[in-house]
Design a protein around this ligand. Structure first.
Ligand code: ZN
Ligand code: ZN
Length: 85
């Protein structure tokens, strides 16, 4: 039985998260532990990114707003385009 790599629990129904780029396996007993270990933090405000977010190079942002605060002026939200029309 695989133990959760965050809390060590040996829950009877653990699940595996595997990344396609390095084929590394991560085992967890719950989504909260998986998020704690794997979800990136916004490079600007520090919030955990659970949705799509924005990636610029190796930096992750929670959205276009934070990407622009970090100097990436070219990043635009689709929603901002709609509302400015
Ligand atoms: Zn856990
Ligand atoms: Zn942010």
């Amino acid at each position: 039985m695989k133990r959760c790599e965050v809390c060590g629990n040996d829950y009877e129904n653990p699940f595996e998260v595997k990344f396609s780029n390095d084929n590394k396996s991560h085992w967890f007993d719950c989504f909260e532990c998986a998020v704690h270990r794997l979800a990136p933090n916004c490079n600007e405000c520090g919030v955990r990114i659970l949705g799509h977010g924005v990636q610029v190079g190796n930096h992750f942002f929670c959205g276009a707003h934070c990407a622009r605060l970090n100097g990436h002026k070219e990043i635009v939200d689709h929603s901002e385009k709609i509302f400015s029309q």
